[in-house]
Design a binder for this molecule. Structure first.
Ligand code: UDP
Ligand code: MG
Length: 332
């Protein structure tokens, strides 16, 4: 695959690390989470201290319109040794926020976590244990998922479809508590895609991925930032970003439909010649026509999905704009 060939030239093994680089980076995107941040700090830091390793927490404020940015700055003052805060200039979305975190973090292992405490920070240990066994990409599966029933059902259906379309095996793609090795993060950092889905991208680079079961709690405070519409968008990104199959399926369908309508034409022409002029069948024709029109519209929309992506890539605007980074100067 040309995709793999292109990244094959990246020399990830030679990434040099400074002596004071931490063993673990925890990357957390934050968007309007003022209600839950205090609780997050209270649980996250003790959980990380208990791991007995050097760590850093990288928060990315994704253009929150509430007090989140100020609260993150406060937390930076409190724990400057292990906290770094990236302040975005606007709302660029969860995945771009994580990408910014990846580009700035220095840890040997990188864990992503949601700010809403839906995944308990204590479970980071489970991911690290799996990495100790040699896995370079550890996903998570939510036990007793605490989300609305329609979301559980929708994500199960989407999982099956995605597996079929992209070949990416991910039991629970909505679970963002995940761990990646430095190699995988470096490779992700080489990708310049505008809209991506990080867990899927990571799986393309991972040599030895695995999944572990983690706990899932109700959102601690605030509400989900994802509406039904943005979930649909996310899934389009996921499928069109990693597979050309939908487009190819359309050309196949085009062939089948042309063959069938060719056949229909032959039958109708034969009837005209043998039986003479006939009436009726208008509504059948209407039904057929509407079906085909629907399919055509869907096809055009699908084409638009890909063209839109191409347009975004070609424009090559910055993926995100950073206002400021709060961090302690590196010892050199
Ligand atoms: N988030 C973000 N930018 C956004 C939307 C969400 O950084 O535009 C963050 C949000 O603060 C949270 C994480 O991404 O830390 C997941 O969001 P949320 O909990 O709303 O998603 P859900 O758990 O409902 O899928
Ligand atoms: Mg959440």
């Amino acid at each position: 695959m040309s995709f793999q060939k292109a990244v094959g030239s990246v020399d990830v093994e030679n990434f040099t690390r400074a002596p004071d680089d931490p063993a673990l980076s925890v990357v957390i995107p934050v968007y309007n989470e003022e209600a839950g941040l205090a609780a997050l700090f209270d649980r996250l830091y003790p959980a990380l201290d208990a791991l007995n390793l050097s760590y850093e927490v990288v928060f990315i404020n994704d253009g929150s319109r509430d007090r989140s940015a100020a609260m993150l700055a406060q937390q930076f003052e409190r724990r400057p040794d292990v906290t770094r805060v990236i302040l975005f200039n606007g709302n660029f979305g969860q995945h771009r926020a994580i990408l910014a975190g990846f580009e700035h973090c220095r840890g040997d292992r990188v864990v992503t976590l949601d700010a809403d405490l839906q995944n308990p920070p204590e479970d980071i240990k489970l991911l690290l244990d799996a990495m100790d066994l040699g896995h370079d990409c550890v996903g998570s599966i939510r036990r007793d998922r605490q989300d609305a029933a329609w979301r559980r059902w929708a994500s199960r259906a989407m999982n099956k479809l995605r597996h079929r379309l992209t070949g990416i095996v991910m039991t629970d793609h909505g679970s963002m508590l995940r761990a990646y090795s430095r190699n995988v993060v470096q490779l992700i950092n080489q990708c310049n895609e505008m809209n991506t889905f990080i867990p899927a991208l990571a799986l393309q680079f991972s040599r030895n991925p695995t999944e572990v079961v983690v706990n899932h709690e109700e959102r601690h405070a605030g509400e989900s930032k994802y509406s039904f519409y943005s979930l649909v968008r996310l899934n389009f990104d996921l499928v069109t970003g990693f597979s050309l199959l939908p487009l190819q399926a359309f050309s196949m369908m085009g062939i089948v439909v042309s063959l069938l309508s060719g056949l229909l034409f032959v039958v109708l022409a034969a009837r005209r010649l043998i039986l003479g002029p006939e009436e009726g069948g208008v509504f059948t024709l209407f039904a057929l026509m509407f079906l085909l029109m629907g399919l055509t519209l869907f096809g055009i929309g699908l084409l638009g999905e890909y063209i839109g992506r191409i347009y975004q890539e070609v424009r090559a605007r910055p993926r995100y704009v950073i206002n400021a980074v709060l961090e302690r100067k590196r010892r050199t």
